[in-house]
Design a protein around this ligand. Structure first.
Ligand SMILES: NC(=O)c1ccc[n+]([C@@H]2O[C@H](COP(=O)([O-])OP(=O)(O)OC[C@H]3O[C@@H](n4cnc5c(N)ncnc54)[C@H](OP(=O)(O)O)[C@@H]3O)[C@@H](O)[C@H]2O)c1
Length: 296
């Protein structure tokens, strides 16, 4: 019998790609979608061959029905407390109740286990869910992919294509930062969902580059010299980010307020992968830094 993988957040950017990869691998894919989900996105999932389960996350019976017979739940939900803690816990409870053996939570970020509480609001929510899932009767696997490579297209201080500058913090010019494309993350996650022997944590990166590497690469790719700019100490940056958070309290209700984006930047320079598990599934092709930067 085929493995049934249940994907939630399937109408999202990452979730849809995970569904596509799973279908390509011959898995039977079920997606939980909401009654309010975009019908065009639901139709696109159906066209891929995904079985659609409409569910109200506040109805445990809906979630239990979606989890019935599933070998792994993959969550690619995105949101704040109501999603990462409340909706994911509702799904987790249903999965445990019907005996689903494995759950991949919606982590997909820098390895937050290497960072203290309080420096990244969105990671703190994941840490809180980590405690919940670790105390549940299910095998959990978190996938840490660093930053999605597309953030390099957004003109962030680390790679500012408009001003042709590359920011670094004191002592961090050669600090390697983990980047993974959405497609590479999805391909690895699909393989992990079908692999009953995954450990608690898996680390991946399409490429790992330092500010210095980015400067060399951008000169090679664009023929332009990008100036490396020293932004001072990370401690000083963190103090600045904390002040920004305190003065923008509306941002507490937004997923990516400006101070949260700065918290991600701080996290990129504070934790990186000790090793990568890219080779765990040998058939995957990893995007190079040059290929990703050419799209920036
Ligand atoms: N490492 C990085 O640089 C990086 C960058 C971006 C995202 N991520 C992570 O990748 C994961 C997926 O993000 P994404 O960008 O693919 O997300 P996305 O495109 O915004 O999709 C979000 C998904 O969550 C669902 N959802 C939102 N609120 C919900 C709720 N209250 N109840 C049930 N479903 C809900 C949405 O369903 P509807 O269609 O029904 O709204 C949608 O399927 C997240 O963990 C995110 O933090 C990482």
């Amino acid at each position: 019998m085929k493995n049934i993988i249940l994907v939630t957040g399937a109408t999202g950017n990452l979730g849809e790609q995970i569904c596509r990869e799973l279908v390509n691998k011959g898995a039977s894919v079920r997606a939980i979608v909401r009654h309010e989900s975009d019908p065009a996105k639901v139709k696109a999932l159906q066209a891929l061959g995904v079985n659609i389960n409409y569910a109200d996350f506040n109805k445990p019976s809906d979630l239990r029905a979606a989890c019935e017979g599933v070998s792994c739940v993959v969550s690619a939900l995105a949101g704040l407390r109501d999603v990462i803690i409340t909706a994911q816990s509702q799904l987790l409870n249903a999965a445990v109740q019907v005996g689903v053996p494995r759950f991949i939570p919606s982590d997909f970020c820098t390895d937050y286990t290497r960072l203290p509480i309080g420096i990244n609001r969105n990671f703190d929510l994941r840490k809180e869910f980590e405690t919940i899932i670790n105390n549940s009767d299910i095998k959990a696997t978190s996938i840490f992919n660093g930053a999605f490579a597309y953030v390099l297209q957004y003109g962030i201080p680390l790679f500012d294509t408009r001003n042709k500058t590359i920011a670094y913090y004191k002592g961090k010019k050669d600090w390697k930062i983990d980047f993974t494309t959405v497609n590479d993350t999805a391909a690895f996650t699909a393989a992990a969902a079908l692999d009953d022997s995954t450990p608690r944590h898996l680390h991946i990166a399409s490429f790992q580059v330092s500010p210095q590497d980015l400067a060399v690469l951008s000169t090679r790719l664009y023929g332009d010299t990008f100036e490396l700019t020293n932004e001072g100490s990370l401690d000083h940056f963190l103090a600045f980010v904390n002040t920004q958070r305190q003065t923008n309290t509306e941002g507490e209700h937004e997923l990516y307020p400006q101070w949260q984006q700065m918290q991600y930047l701080y996290s990129m320079f504070s934790a990186h992968h000790p090793h990568v598990d890219n080779a765990r599934y040998p058939n995957l092709n990893w995007t190079s830094a040059s290929d990703a930067l050419q799209q920036a």
